[in-house]
Design a protein around this ligand. Structure first.
Ligand code: KIV
Ligand code: ZN
Length: 561
């Protein structure tokens, strides 16, 4: 085996935090959410959204319930600027929604950003500069002080322009020490303190300090340690809203944000389905629905996931992976037999349960809560089992194959699935049921059947015998017979045994109505066993329940080998 060159990489430093408290904390309420779909999400797209697409995305975000939405980087391009103007001038922004605009800490860009938000009722100006050791040395070739000065100078200008804006009460301020995960903690705090001073931050004039995991460089616990450390060491905690903006380079942005919340963060930035630079921004859909599954109101509405997914696809031209948590097209689908069996049992119990607490195996969330139907939960291929097959027939066609018959039909379906290697649709499974049981007319087919009862003797307590008169097509020609028994099934079995010479008896029997209307059909299921020890299952459908069961006997006889 060839060794990968792991020596090329160095471990991320841990945090010196004597007694960390976040591991014992729980998430108990939704954070302040901020969507960055229209900025970080958009800037990572091969084809950025057009103004119209951005408007459609903005409306979607509003409908989901976001109250803070980063709408762009207006000083970066004409489209970005035009979009912010359109939102304001065409009054697209609801009263209770605050738009956020990003700017680098450079004078002309800050001024242009303020121009873009003129007339907005509520806006957050989001200023950033890179603070990491790597960016200081490699990109800016500046020392710590110079980098801190950039942040402070930018903050002062934002403060001044806010005062001059004519709407100082409507303008809030966010500062990001960009590349925070690559920044020495004490230095990040030093810059943030300087920014807070420059802003005049207080409990009544809070600054949003966004501590981005610009590049995800460590396990989420280390990031959580950094957040707890920061919250403990900040001079005036009440003067700051601690915000987290996690990217997903290690695939753990959701965990990073969740642990950061436990560690003291108040606010979470992210994007739908994790769109964003490189491996994406933290996926807000997953984080919010993770909360829902813990009985916490996420304060965001994902109850129409198909619509959200479609709008997202249309606007971003990105796909949502079929396995995407909560949202992918296959995430509520079980192909494997044991999973199907457990789901179908869980669903039955859930229907009957009075508490209404969701407790279905393999489904951490009720698909209906995110606008998905139960139809796709169980799908059939060669990995599937009899329970899943029965579930599909019941769900889609109201055919409730009894337990003792499920292995028989399961084998018939499995044979086709194995042979074709394909998934079988509910229609195909229904057709298979029809052809395996209902539609077989050889060697026997019931032509006529009349059921009557013997006159009862009013003196006697005896059971009234059933008399059956039948015509049955057979290889020996038409069998025309009359037989007597203690019920239609018994009479028919006796008649068939004497006519065909096949010695068999019924050892399992079930029936039910299909549908609830007055013209509902009945379906009968039968298992017979012959004196030679052979078993066969059959099924029959008729508007008359006795005839449905008699047809089921004929069906079973036709399958007896
Ligand atoms: O990832 C990042 O650090 C950013 C900042 C601009 C907040 O997007
Ligand atoms: Zn980012």
């Amino acid at each position: 085996m060839k060794r990968m060159n792991y020596q090329k990489y160095a471990a991320y430093p841990t945090v010196d935090i004597p007694v960390r408290t976040w591991p014992d904390k729980r998430i108990t309420k939704a954070p302040i959410w901020c969507s960055v779909d229209l900025r970080d999400g958009n800037q990572a797209l091969p084809v950025p959204m057009s103004v119209d697409e951005k408007v459609a995305m903005f409306r979607l975000l509003v409908s989901i319930g976001f109250k803070e939405i980063e709408v762009g980087f207006p000083s970066a391009s004409a489209t970005e600027f035009a979009f912010v103007r359109k939102l304001i001038e065409e009054k697209v922004i609801p009263e209770d929604v605050t738009i956020q605009v990003l700017t680098q800490a450079r004078e002309h860009l800050i001024r242009r950003t303020f121009e873009s938000i003129r007339g907005a009722k509520n806006a957050i100006v989001h200023l950033y500069n890179s603070t990491s050791r790597q960016q200081r040395d490699v990109v800016f070739r500046m020392g710590r002080e110079e980098i801190r000065t950039i942040a402070v100078t930018g903050t002062r200008l934002v403060r001044q322009l806010k005062e001059e804006s004519g709407n100082p009460a409507g303008i809030r301020f966010e500062y990001s020490p960009e590349s925070f995960t690559g920044t020495e903690l004490d230095y990040a705090l030093e810059v943030c303190h300087a920014v807070m001073d420059a802003w005049g931050a207080s409990a009544d004039n809070k600054v949003i300090l966004n501590l981005p995991s610009t590049v995800e460089l460590s396990t989420p616990n280390i990031y959580a340690d950094r957040i707890e450390w920061f919250c403990r060491h900040i001079a005036n905690r009440d003067a700051a809203i601690i915000s987290v903006h996690a990217h997903n380079d290690r695939g753990t942005a959701v965990a990073t944000s969740e642990l950061a919340l436990m560690a003291g963060a108040d606010r979470i930035e992210g994007a739908l389905f994790g769109n964003g630079e490189r491996c994406g921004n933290m996926d807000i859909v997953t984080m919010a629905l993770n909360m829902l599954t813990q009985g916490i109101d996420p304060k965001l509405d994902f109850s129409d996931m198909p619509l959200i997914r479609e709008t997202y696809r249309r606007c971003t031209r990105m796909d949502v992976h079929a396995r995407h948590p909560y949202a992918g097209e296959l995430v509520y689908t079980a192909f494997s037999g044991s999973h199907q069996d457990a789901i179908s049992k869980g669903m039955k119990i859930h229907k009957l349960s009075a508490e209404g607490i969701w407790d279905v195996p393999y489904l951490p969330i009720d698909p209906q809560d995110v606008g998905c139907t139960y139809e796709a939960i169980v799908r059939i291929n060669s990995q599937s089992g009899k329970g899943g097959i029965a579930y599909v027939l019941d769900k889609e066609y109201g055919i409730q194959i009894p337990k003792w018959m499920q292995p028989d039909f399961g084998a018939a379906v499995q044979e086709v699935a194995d042979r074709t290697g394909e998934e079988l649709s509910p229609e195909q499974i229904h057709e298979l049921f029809q052809s395996a049981y209902i539609g077989i007319r050889e060697p026997y087919a019931l032509r006529k059947c009349n059921i009557s009862w013997e006159d009862a003797d009013p003196e006697a307590n005896d059971e009234v015998a059933t008399i059956i008169s039948c015509t049955v097509h057979s290889p020996q020609g038409e069998l025309v017979f009359k037989a007597k028994g203690n019920g239609p099934l018994d009479a028919f079995v006796r008649g068939m045994v004497s006519q065909t010479g096949i010695d068999f008896h019924v050892d399992e029997y079930a029936e039910h109505a299909i549908g609830h209307s007055s013209d509902a059909l009945a379906i009968g299921y039968i298992r017979i066993s012959s004196s030679e020890g052979h078993l066969a299952c059959g099924s029959g459908i008729d508007s008359n329940i006795s005839l449905a069961s008699i047809k089921a006997i004929v069906s079973a006889l036709n399958r007896l080998r």
